[in-house]
Design a protein around this ligand. Structure first.
Ligand code: HEM
Length: 444
């Protein structure tokens, strides 16, 4: 295996040992990463094995790791040695977002964010998920093929809006209107360099700023309404929980931080979950045996098989394919490699999910592999891992479980022999290219 050495200033080049890099010019690597990420990573993993180095615009030198053992090292490294990837989504969400925080500040914020998303709190949200799913049904065409992605986006957005803000109202209408195009635009711009000059409201960056202004004024109103609500102390929505919570030293979250954090939850929480659900429909309509077992179980109180299906959809059709970090230590030891400060390190989640040692015959969609067996902590990582593991993992799992159960109880999903849908990148998340098309009939 060839080896690249990089001069890291204070470190002598010979003390460093970074994984091999492809010979292709930097601009080609950039194009490959930006526009053909899955294919590029697949080809390089086949050529170089468990780690290689890419030169990527915006992120610079990026070490990509593709196997569970190295993923474990990345996720369990000290947060003093490995921080969040730079730049990250806080460019869109703001400096008060958990994505922007490091070390102790990140730990303190996670303590405030965890209670609303703790497994035990999930029961409070189940009825919202069922209601929002039932509400969508009226518009679904009988016996005609349609895309599930779009209704799933609406369902998951409405769910997270209600979970965050409690009651419905005109302000939520504004958020319903601006969040989807804002997230779509933000996901695309998040991986591009930020212009240093403001080119005005007709440019994509100008449009982002306009959405932000509208959002700020809505959130200000909602915070004021919450504080004035006589029932504020009894409210269980996430906004009320955050407004009532304090750090260990007794200080509350600032108004700006709450705004940035709620936006983070709205954006991080809805597209990812909707994309996974669209893949779930795409997968089960192509696997009649799986579908039959799911339908039989949906009429009972059980969910063991449905959970196995969700785990397998997340493995086999991984919607977020990277968890990224940034080397803060002078040198990071990672397996046989010694990586200098300033490099990005990225866990290629999709590649880890394709590890044949962990998942025999990995291309096969087979929920049975999770029946009676919990997924391994560093082999099954759709929610990332370590201290930055997805805050909303339990919430997303509950959502997907209840949405699938509700659909299966009310509709028959028609199976198809059509080939699987191709992957489509929306910037951050991967969705089925045709939107997870299915044909449903109402159950009598
Ligand atoms: C199927 C749905 C979801 C998937 C696949 C997903 C995936 C991920 C991944 C891969 C990360 C990065 C983890 C890391 O760097 O190690 C992440 C972080 C995060 N997710 Fe999710 N997520 C989902 C749903 C949600 C939901 C429902 C919420 C909240 C309502 C949420 C909120 C967050 C937040 C706040 C972070 C940042 C955590 C931090 O930096 O400390 N996600 N998610």
């Amino acid at each position: 295996m060839s080896e690249t050495t990089i001069d890291a200033g204070v470190q002598s080049a010979s003390s460093l040992r970074v994984p091999p890099a492809p010979r292709a010019p930097k601009f080609l690597q950039g194009i490959g990463y930006a526009f053909f990420r899955r294919q590029t990573i697949g080809v390089l993993a086949a050529r170089h094995g468990s780690a290689f180095t890419l030169r990527v615009p915006v992120f610079g030198n990026m070490v990509v790791v593709t196997d569970p053992a190295l993923a474990k090292q990345v996720f369990t490294a000290s947060t003093d040695d490995l921080g969040n990837i730079q730049p990250n989504l806080s460019r869109i969400f703001g400096p008060g977002s958990v994505f922007a925080l490091e070390g102790g500040e990140h730990r303190r914020r996670r303590k405030l964010l965890t209670p609303p998303f703790h497994g035990k709190a999930m029961k409070n949200y189940e009825f919202i998920v069922e209601e929002e799913t039932l509400r969508e049904f009226a518009a679904w065409p009988e016996g005609e093929e349609f895309e599930t992605l779009e209704p799933m986006m609406r369902i998951t957005l409405n769910i997270i809006l209600r979970a965050i803000f409690g009651a419905d109202g005109t302000e939520l209408e504004t958020l319903r209107r601006i969040i989807p195009p804002w997230v779509t635009l933000g996901s695309r711009l998040a991986v591009l360099p930020t212009p240093t000059k403001n080119f005005g409201k007709w440019t994509p960056w100008g449009r982002l700023a306009a959405y932000r202004d509208e959002y700020n004024s809505v959130v200000d109103t909602l915070i004021e309404q919450s504080r004035r609500d006589p029932a504020f102390d009894d409210r269980t929505d996430i906004l009320a929980l955050l407004l009532r919570s304090t750090y260990e030293d007794g200080t509350p979250m600032s108004r700006r931080d709450i705004g940035d954090e709620l936006l983070t939850l709205l954006a991080a929480g809805h597209e990812t979950t909707a994309s996974t659900l669209a893949w779930a429909f795409e997968r089960i309509s192509r696997h009649p045996g799986v579908l039959a077992d799911l339908v039989a179980e949906a009429d009972t109180d059980g969910n063991e098989f449905r959970q196995a299906v969700i785990l397998e959809v997340q493995r086999n059709r991984t919607v977020i394919d990277f968890a990224g970090r940034h080397v803060l230590a002078p040198v990071l030891e990672l397996g046989e490699w010694r990586i200098p400060k300033g490099h990005s390190v990225s866990v290629a989640i999709g590649q880890v999910h394709g590890d044949a040692g962990e998942f025999p015959d990995p291309e096969r969609f087979d929920p049975q592999r999770f029946m009676g067996k919990r997924p391994s902590t560093f082999g099954w990582i759709p929610f990332g891992g370590g201290t930055r593991r997805c805050v909303g993992a339990a919430f997303a799992n509950m959502e997907m479980d209840v949405v699938l159960r509700t659909v299966l109880r009310h509709f028959t999903v028609e199976t198809t022999a059509a080939p699987g849908e191709k992957w489509h990148s929306r910037g951050i998340a991967f969705t089925p290219k045709k939107g997870g098309r299915v044909r449903l009939r109402r159950r009598t």
